[in-house]
Design a binder for this molecule. Sequence first.
Ligand code: ADP
Length: 447
Amino acid sequence: MFKKILIANRGEIALRIIRAAKELGIATVAVYSQADENSLHVRFADESVCIGPAPSKQSYLNIPAIISAAEITGVDAIHPGYGFLAENATFADICEDHLFNFIGPSPKSMRMMSDKSIARSKALEVGVSVVPGTGLITYTQEAVDKAKEIGYPIIIKAVAGGGGKGMRIVYNSNEMEENINIARREAESAFDNDGLYIEKYIEKPIHVEVQILADNYGNIIHLGERDCSIQYRHQKLLEESPSPNVNEKLRYKLGKSAIKIAKNIEYTGAGTVEFILDEKKYYYFIEMNTRIQVEHPVTEMVTGFDLIKEQIKLAYGEKLKISQKDVNIKGHAIECRINAQNTTNGFSPSCGKITSLNIPGGYGIRVDTHIYAEYEVLPNYDSLIAKLIAYGKSRNEAISCLLRALDEFVVEGVKTTIPLHKKILSEENFRKGDVHTNYLGSLRQEK
Ligand code: ADP
């Protein structure tokens, strides 16, 4: 097994990886920006190295500084977490060039999935449906012509997309030019790549994604699905497993399709294949995330497998010891993303010092967080400050447990998503499992 790994990340995910590594007997190295000097990931790692000032470009995205930290501390491997450099194939190449094992798939598989229009073709090659759509769009007229064939409404998406950026829904040809221009600008500034493509816009879609694990010897399994339909502007807010919209038969089909796509790109490690379901419950591949995801704990709770430990073991070259028949989905888990955001003001970031804090606990509750009383929420980084996860024997039990824990969760000094989560979990349609990605929009219009 690896002796020492460096975690090229911050926040709750850096802590999560440090914990898994410790339990595997692996020493850890934290990297941090000057603003994160007092962070828990720095405190709990065995060693730590400052890699630059607060802005991500100069620290958590600063590849030379991260590689230097790895060399100075003599690590065997680098775990990128999620976000930052996690899906950057060039970073994975550089790690390998410096003889550090990158805890993730090969740069080749990453590249195939990082361009969403190529990812679509990889799914089609193995007979998995994708939403009707196009390859790269160059001119507005091309978009208008293709949209006419596909039928409105359509959604413009960025080939390099992530975090819902660069997406625009278009209802008729008159709106095309303006939306193409906006999406291009957004994609260029977010991803340094203004490539766009078009898909049929599925009304009221359900977002389901399949967790997979693959070793270097061609063994691939899936660990069921997560439903991430509760979203704000295409950003996930609440996730659960299993999905209230997926039965045994559909789970089997989704799992098989996810494995086929992963096999086709010789995928290794932990990954997630994302689909949307339409109103008839037909499923379509939308993209693959070649990293561990924020919402991985709900899968851990219902399967009993520690995905980070599995990911590290697979990167070391161990054979997958879990077979498909070992995967039994038991009970129900739901995760609420606790973000420092003002939900009554367009989810704008809410920064500042946490003046008072109570973290819930008790039966069925798991909290993954890096915050503490007096912690300063900074404008430089993601607004996720905690993940509150509840496990119950049934979906209703998980909901009751979450509502109780949300009541106990006190965060003063910044605004958070806690009040909105309470509202969602108490609402009738959610409780019935009637969720789709426009759910939050309709909930907000009603009130
Ligand atoms: P990103 O990588 O930016 O997160 P995804 O392709 O994963 O983008 O899509 C994010 C979300 O956007 C989906 O969960 C869904 O809510 C919505 N979405 C994506 N494609 C479509 C589509 N063709 N029709 C309707 N909604 C879509």
